[in-house]
Write a protein that binds this ligand. Structure first.
Ligand SMILES: CC(C)(COP(=O)(O)OP(=O)(O)OC[C@H]1O[C@@H](n2cnc3c(N)ncnc32)[C@H](O)[C@@H]1OP(=O)(O)O)[C@@H](O)C(=O)NCCC(=O)NCCS
Length: 167
């Protein structure tokens, strides 16, 4: 999988992306709004990649992908689709390194993911979940046609805001 947008190249993750994964999963934004996945070493990151995104490519035909800034070829973030047991439809996930936020890259990657979900994967309903206080993420979702549906409680008894987009 590889798609190009105005500023970004979105492609499958491989085990070679382990150093980037360590960096992203330990940023303050990821730790606060997504959670501590305990990924501190290259072997932790390789296990995260193979059991998470790479297993999802094989099982679902989608997963989280790497988002690179095309001009510099530097990995900027992740964006893509997940299938969680407690949600009826796939949901979109995204996160960027702090130095690549405030540039409109998240909305550009979300739009590309929505197009791919609709055209290539024939998905008709996409969901998104955020913590109630994740205002930047909520802004990015609202500006890409997602609507707030309701507050839900996940398996860990955490409150989450559920968003939905009809494709
Ligand atoms: C959520 C997250 C990806 C949002 O990143 P972001 O850069 O704010 O999102 P956008 O791509 O929509 O960018 C919007 C910002 O870029 C600016 N911008 C610059 N050029 C732009 C352009 N061409 N188009 C749109 N926005 C542009 C906007 O003014 C806005 O800036 P502001 O936040 O100062 O108002 C980021 O905060 C993040 O990685 N957070 C941690 C992980 C996380 O919470 N993930 C989501 C879990 S549900």
């Amino acid at each position: 999988m590889e798609i190009k947008t105005e500023h970004l190249t979105i492609r499958d993750l491989t085990l070679k992306d382990a150093p980037f994964i360590i960096k992203l999963l330990n940023t303050p934004g990821w730790l606060r709004f997504i959670g501590d996945r305990g990924v501190k070493t290259i072997s932790d990151a390789e296990a995260y990649l193979s059991k998470g995104p790479m297993e999802s490519y094989a099982k679902n035909g989608f997963g989280l992908w790497l988002v690179e800034e095309s001009e510099s070829s530097i990995p900027a973030g992740l964006c893509g689709l997940l299938k969680r047991d407690y949600l009826d439809h796939p949901d979109i996930g995204f996160a960027f390194l702090p130095e690549f936020t405030g540039k409109g890259y998240a909305t550009e990657a979300i739009r590309a993911t929505i197009r791919l979900a609709k055209i290539n994967l024939e998905i008709r309903t996409l969901l998104a979940i955020t913590t109630p206080d994740n205002e930047r993420s909520q802004r990015a979702l609202m500006s890409t046609n997602f609507s707030f549906i309701k507050t839900i409680v996940n398996e860990k008894n955490e409150q989450l805001h559920l968003y939905q987009c009809e494709l």
